[in-house]
Design a protein around this ligand. Structure first.
Ligand SMILES: [Zn+2]
Length: 141
């Protein structure tokens, strides 16, 4: 079973790569600022995370996955590492079949030239830089 912190970090790292948090009705959760504010999570993100917790993860999932956060909070799922890109991915505790990594539809990921998105300890401007570099590259396709 994944800890709450693991699930939170899973979300934060994917948000940093440009993935969206989606509600059950298909609506994307909008963040007006980076989810990381220097050495901590942004207040905006913390509010959102609290909302997810208030709903026990129901009706929230990461864009490109079908796995709701309610499942991630359950004992059946664990967070492990994608073999392709080292990003955190959900995996069934009993280890049958992984549902695939959200990186499946990121054409320019993994990118060995870029450091992996990290926990808030990381340098904020560097992460913003990574994201804008990724977005710039994507827009050229
Ligand atoms: Zn991956």
């Amino acid at each position: 079973m994944a800890s709450l912190d693991q699930v939170k970090l899973y979300l934060v790292r994917w948000l940093q790569l440009g993935k969206k948090l989606v509600r059950g009705d298909g609506q994307e959760v909008e963040f007006t600022q980076s989810v990381i504010d220097c050495d901590r999570y942004s207040r905006e993100f913390e509010r959102c995370w609290q909302e997810i917790l208030d709903h026990q993860g129901n009706d929230f999932y990461l864009e490109g996955t079908e796995l709701g956060f309610d499942s991630l909070f359950s004992s059946q799922w664990n967070i492990s590492k994608c073999a392709r890109c080292s990003m955190p991915v959900p995996r069934l505790e009993l280890g049958v079949q992984a549902p695939g990594c959200p990186c499946d539809d990121l054409l320019l990921w993994p990118n060995v030239e870029l450091p992996l998105p990290r926990a808030p300890i990381n340098n904020h401007s560097r992460l913003t830089d990574i994201k804008s570099r990724l977005l710039n590259k994507t827009s050229h396709y």
